[in-house]
Write a protein that binds this ligand. Structure first.
Ligand code: C5P
Length: 247
């Protein structure tokens, strides 16, 4: 449980849900000549798949995409992302955490309150399904801290040095973090302000404040595309999905 109880105004109206998609990275490891979120998978770009799914989640008040300043490619790569619930801001930072922090400030500027929930989701996890987002919301909306989709680690874990296994680590109670990660806007802002830009997910910032985010079982298919071979795998998986859902 959390180290400190979260303070919510007693008169607060029902919290709303917002999605925040950091989309300001370069994705060098994918080895492409463009930001990896714009790589084509089937008939859409990676980010277009991600955003189409988030728009299907009716409980989300809006989805804010955080682009790199000066990004001119987004509208061509995500032509279906428009309407009242589709928000875009070119305010990305030098790290993922900085992009998220700036996105939170943008949400606040557009009227989101400290007690509203924000679901941060990587643009590069483009196989997301609406049902998994709903699962996270159902599990976390009554929780004092919030939580994240994650998977228990099934493989045996090795500590490596120079490409050789040095030691086998205990894998019990180890989970691999995914996104979305869902926290109250105010808590996430304080957490990121306190830990700085180096964290690679929101939960680690929240943990650093002494809170224990809820681990909600994710899906193997919700992997993040980082390397070229994962692009090919995502394409194969998307081809097997219902035509109207994805491709
Ligand atoms: O590089 P990595 O795969 O960890 O990035 C995860 C997500 O964070 C991606 O959607 C990427 O576009 C985003 N990101 C960002 N700003 C950065 C770096 C990454 O929005 N400076």
């Amino acid at each position: 449980m959390s180290a400190t109880a979260l303070q919510l105004p007693s008169s607060a109206s029902a919290p709303r849900y917002f999605a925040l998609v950091p989309c300001a990275g370069v994705g060098e490891r994918a080895g492409l000549d463009m930001p990896k979120q714009y790589a084509r998978i089937g008939r859409r770009s990676m980010v277009a798949h991600t955003l189409a799914t988030l728009l299907q989640v009716t409980r989300l008040q809006a989805t804010l995409v955080v682009l790199a300043p000066g990004d001119t490619g987004f509208s061509a790569h995500a032509p279906g992302f428009h309407g009242e619930r589709a928000w875009v801001a070119c305010c990305g930072g030098a790290t993922r955490a900085a992009s998220v922090a700036r996105g939170l400030a943008e949400l606040e500027a557009r009227g989101a309150q400290a007690y509203d929930w924000v679901l941060v989701h990587d643009a590069a996890r483009c196989l997301l399904r609406a049902a998994w987002v709903d699962r996270l919301i159902d599990a976390c909306s009554g929780d004092a801290v919030g939580g994240l989709l994650a998977l228990p680690v099934a493989d045996t874990l090795k500590q490596a040095s120079a490409g050789r296994a040095q030691q086998t680590l205990d894998r019990s109670e180890k989970w691999a973090a995914q996104t979305p990660q869902m926290f109250r806007l105010g808590l996430l802002q304080s957490a990121l302000a306190q830990v700085g830009d180096s964290v690679t997910d929101e939960a680690s910032a929240v943990e650093a404040l002494g809170h224990a985010p809820l681990l909600v079982r994710g899906e193997l298919e919700n992997f993040k595309i980082t390397w070229p071979q994962e692009l090919a795998l995502a394409e194969r998986l998307l081809r097997t999905r219902d035509a109207e859902t994805i491709v």
